[in-house]
Design a protein around this ligand. Sequence first.
Ligand code: CA
Ligand code: CA
Length: 441
Amino acid sequence: MKRYLSIIFAFCFLFHSENHAKTYFVSVNGNDTTNVGTVSAPFATIMRAQQYVSAGDTVYIRGGIYKMKENQIAERSRIWVYVHALTKSGTPGKFINYWAYPKEHPVFDLANVKPADKRVIAFNVTGSWIHIKGLEVIHTQVTIKTHTQSECFHNEGSNNVYEQLSMHDGQAIGFFLTKGSNNLILNCDAYRNWDYTSEGGRGGNADGFGCHPQPEGKGNIFRGCRAWFNSDDGYDCIRSYESVTFDHCWAFYNGYSTDFKSLGDGNGFKAGGWGLVKDRRVPDSIPMHVVQFCLAVKNKANGFYSNHQPGGSYWYNNTACYNGTNFNMLNRDKDFSADVSGYNHTLTNNLSFAPKTYETQWIDTTKCRLKNNSFSIPLQVSKSDFESLDESQLVAPRKADGSLPDITFMHLKKGSKLIDKGADIGFKFSGKKPDLGAFEY
Ligand code: CA
Ligand code: CA
């Protein structure tokens, strides 16, 4: 009987361990040669951990600074080097997780990865069903003097989640997507990224977040992200074949150095664009992007910009202040012969305050649907409408769960004429009607 029970026990143990998600550890004090990836014998690199993982497994990355070296480059391909190449996929609903160990803070420092004449990609993600959480990537380099770009995270997979990532003080784009669908970029920060090396150091390519999916790259969403002091734009989805959604994201001080020297384009949200000349790449069906509940503050050029897109987008409940122009709906005509006032845009419940030059530009109101915007009602917006105009709140630390900090900046004050002046377009609201802008009173 005893022997029989022990056989059952052994069988259950085997069955259990084969079906149970595994956990691996990576540490700055780890070792890829001698260690097996346990908490007491961690690996040194994520690349080593990737060799062991399968769908449902978690790699915990312990806190500390991972000073990456050129001999750690995982892959080289034509003009690129990939310091990490996340090629392994999870399965539907079973992610491979690369997570910061709870309450610890892993930082990947790319300062010493400077391969001559190569574009540096700190994390190249071609796998799908991958969840990356809590990593910080700093000092990513550009070595090429002509047109180029480096990137902290590059996505080509689908159904990936990028959460609570922080990409800053480098010369690279924070996050960049060229392929893949249904990716979620959640609660990430990209800031103080300035490519001062290429093309005379204007920084014209270093965006906080870039989303440029190829055909079928549908359903990519940016939520709860912040982009500031990036030398080009905060968010850019030029040459996107599919619709991209920006939801509850903030963009401020883009196009400037930290001492407000003028650098690249400087748009908060550049939602669209296919250049000025029609080429073979322009899709027959121009995607309509969605920008909602977003905040754009003091970006050099435009807060919300459609960038010569040959078609319209959806702009709901956004707040813009102190940008060159707050809302610029500049379009290209369908045969790419001329820039024209924006057509086929839907603008509802947006709020514009104190632009540097214009509240709005390039909107053909006869060809757009404008409803209940501060500038279309119109309402005279003044300082007294707001709880606070203290911009320093924008860089406040995130909450423990990674969500945006609670602020009062640009929040409506009791008695503001902007309260309950919106149209009900299906979002949750309080009071009698939705308010104008990104923050419901
Ligand atoms: Ca850009
Ligand atoms: Ca309301």
